[in-house]
Design a protein around this ligand. Structure first.
Ligand SMILES: Nc1ncnc2c1ncn2[C@@H]1O[C@H](COP(=O)(O)OP(=O)(O)OP(=O)(O)O)[C@@H](O)[C@H]1O
Ligand SMILES: [Mg+2]
Length: 266
């Protein structure tokens, strides 16, 4: 069954068409990756699907609910980790999770136990009483994923879950997402511009370029379609369809993302 169905979804910002007639569906239990360079329109898609931004035209359903007409129901079905930092640096990890347990209407007598269990499962038990301001980028991302999955959402939206992380922290976050897929059995819709990450995590990917989907399939099929084999990387597929090299670390965008985190945490 399709848990996410998107039909001709379009978003205009004045003369700019940020998302241009996107149509796709995601099956329950699938890990789906939306790939694209900076400005391709990935975050705009996620903001529409999470009901934060109204579409200009077109429609989408999440777990059977319309994102415009049934936005309250959609919000109950989803978890969302935004591209920007969302944890509160002035609270401890424990306090951050407790806020979300309350937000999601978890019964009061279960909240504290659930928060403790969550902290343990993401490897933050020992750091649970420290202010999040003192956490590493990878610890913060794991905390944010935990807070958006406390209510066991049907669909989890992750907008660039590993941006700005060093390779070790990135690996920890990826392993955590992989575990989550098995344990929570949530459908995952994520965006990234790291191709090897998409290759490792995603059942299917869509390559987005200037608001449009230019290719969509399993990573294996996409490689085969451009005449590749086992040794072909998803980077080569990306270059084939977009004519562009995916962003590498260390550029302005990377620095800006990291500074954004640093600024927010003081
Ligand atoms: N609120 C807004 N008002 C005007 N233009 C916007 C707004 N939000 C996004 N845009 C523009 O829409 C386009 C798509 O932006 P979006 O943030 O969706 O891209 P993205 O693929 O998420 O990029 P990144 O990889 O940098 O996060 C960009 O050209 C961006 O400048
Ligand atoms: Mg984005």
């Amino acid at each position: 069954m399709a848990i996410l169905s998107i039909e001709d979804l379009t978003k205009r910002f004045n003369s700019l068409v940020a998302v241009d007639g996107m149509t796709l569906s995601v099956e329950e239990g699938e890990v789906f990756g939306l790939l694209g360079r900076n400005g391709a329109g990935k975050t705009t898609v996620i903001k529409m699907l999470t009901t934060l931004l109204p579409p200009t035209s077109g429609s989408a359903k999440v777990a059977g609910y319309d994102i415009v007409r049934q936005s309250a129901e959609v919000r109950r079905m989803i978890g969302y980790v935004p591209q920007e930092l969302s944890a509160d640096g002035e609270l401890s990890g424990y306090e951050n999770l407790l806020v979300f347990a309350q937000l999601y209407d978890i019964p009061a007598d279960r909240q504290k136990l659930l928060v403790r269990q969550s902290l343990e499962s993401i490897g933050l038990k020992d750091a649970s009483d420290r202010l999040v301001r003192s956490y590493s980028g990878g610890m913060i991302r794991r905390l944010e994923i935990a807070q958006s999955t406390m209510h066991r959402p049907r669909v989890l939206f992750l907008d660039e879950p590993t941006v700005g992380l060093d390779p070790v922290a990135r690996d920890e976050v990826l392993a955590h997402i992989e575990r989550l897929v098995v344990e929570v059995r949530s459908t995952v819709f994520l965006t990234t511009h790291y191709m090897e990450e998409a290759d490792r995590l995603c059942d299917r990917v869509a390559i987005m370029h200037r608001g449009r989907i230019v290719a969509m399939d399993t990573p294996e099929e996409l490689k085969r379609a451009i005449g590749g084999d086992e040794s072909t990387s998803l980077d080569e597929v990306f270059i084939h369809y977009t004519g562009a090299v995916p962003e590498q670390e260390g550029g302005y965008d990377d620095a800006a993302a990291k500074r954004h985190i640093a600024r927010r945490l003081g």
